[in-house]
Design a protein around this ligand. Structure first.
Ligand code: TYM
Length: 354
């Protein structure tokens, strides 16, 4: 049975990359299959979070989901820590995943930097928790930005190793479903689906406005590098005006963007905001200077983001209804994850006597 799961960390500075690369892409999926969207507070604490800020930012991401059009009647929206099955399954996956797999994760290397000895154990094991988020619902489709690709490959590896290690047991308990991709190494019945990453469209990798070779990120020390979802109109216009570019005019064809990372990024942002292709945008703006393109981009960004920012503010003022959405979502999420963990405990061989 198809099901979507995705998550966003409540770590502040929610930006245009999070919005275009993930959150807006959630909206149309709601009408295609069951969807679950989480605010992953347990992931957030892998690096230090001020407790009061964490609560505020959890509500802020919830407000961003709602303002973008994620509908709590169609989708399940909840914060991760309220459904304890995530932590439980993550522990089991800590015992499935291999040290070598995690050591290859580039995001850990980037985040831990030169001081890996001082990084939390949670930061190292983070991808196992992410696999647990997805597989606690046996989700099949995961819409994310390009930076999460490696983590999703690990999720697939964990699902496959679990399915293989416990193949006989899964069959014996009658808990398997036919494997859609049987090979001579893979069992013909599996418990966890092998998840499909959904990394599509022009916005899966939005870059910093100050450096076209760095991704736009919540943690970049320069606020000019990103457009925050809470920025007002003047700030958005100022940041686009100051965005790094090159001296050439825009090309008329997509090929002409090669080797021009900053130009490519601005065209990509325009395309994603306008819901058009890059080729289409270049047909309109090819031959024009950035002095003409930037004001057009600003205007579009403000037109698309201002209503959503206003709505986010309005929603955040009503803490009680945000919390009510999360409470209802957590109950509905738990109703799916609890039976999965019940199965998993039996598969692994945990004795249940109460
Ligand atoms: P996070 O919180 O860093 O980012 C949330 C989403 O935004 C995407 N994203 C971007 N997309 C385009 N351009 C960018 N510059 C950009 N920066 C971020 C991310 O790819 C992501 O889709 N590990 C995840 C959260 C997570 C999760 C999960 C996701 C935890 N469990 C289970 C999916 C399924 C993260 O840190 O995202």
């Amino acid at each position: 049975q198809p099901r979507v799961f995705s998550g966003v960390q409540p770590t502040g500075n929610l930006h245009l990359g999070n919005y275009l690369g993930a959150i807006v892409r959630f909206v149309p999926l709601q009408d295609q299959m069951p969807t679950i969207f989480s605010i992953v507070d347990m992931h957030a604490i892998t690096v230090w979070q001020d407790p009061a800020e964490l609560m505020k930012q959890t509500r802020e991401v919830t407000a961003a989901y709602l303002a973008a059009g994620v509908d709590p009647k169609k989708s399940i929206i909840f914060n991760q820590s309220q459904v304890k099955e995530h932590a439980e399954l993550a522990w089991i996956f800590n015992c499935v995943a291999r040290m070598g797999w995690l050591k290859r994760m580039t995001q850990f290397k980037d985040k831990a930097g030169k001081h890996a000895e001082n990084a939390s154990v949670g930061l190292f094991a983070y991808p196992n928790l992410m696999a647990a988020d997805i597989l606690a619902y046996r989700a099949t489709h995961v819409p994310v930005g390009d930076d999460q690709k490696q983590h999703l490959e690990l999720t697939r590896d964990i699902a496959q190793k679990f399915n293989n290690d416990f193949a006989d047991r899964i069959k014996e308990l009658g808990l398997g479903v036919p494997n859609p991709e049987p090979t001579h190494e893979a069992p013909d019945e599996i418990y966890f689906p092998v998840t499909e990453p959904m990394i599509t469209g022009p916005a899966t990798r939005i870059m910093s406005l100050r450096d076209g070779n760095k991704k736009m990120s919540k943690s970049d020390p320069s606020d000019l590098s990103r457009i925050n979802l809470t920025d007002d109109q003047d700030t958005i216009a100022k940041k686009i005006k100051k965005a790094k570019t090159d001296p050439e005019a825009l090309p008329s064809e997509v090929d002409g963007l090669e080797g021009r990372a900053e130009a490519d990024n601005l065209v990509r942002i325009y395309a994603a905001l306008a819901n058009r292709t890059k080729a289409d945008v270049l047909t309109e703006f090819g031959g024009q200077q950035f002095s003409a393109f930037k004001p057009a981009l600003s205007e579009l960004a403000v037109e698309k983001l201002a209503p959503m920012t206003d709505e986010m503010r309005r929603i955040m003022d009503d803490t009680a209804s945000v919390d009510a959405v999360l409470r209802d979502g957590a109950e509905r999420a738990a109703a799916i994850a609890e039976p999965v963990l019940h199965d998993v405990r039996r598969i692994v061989g945990f004795l249940e006597s109460r």
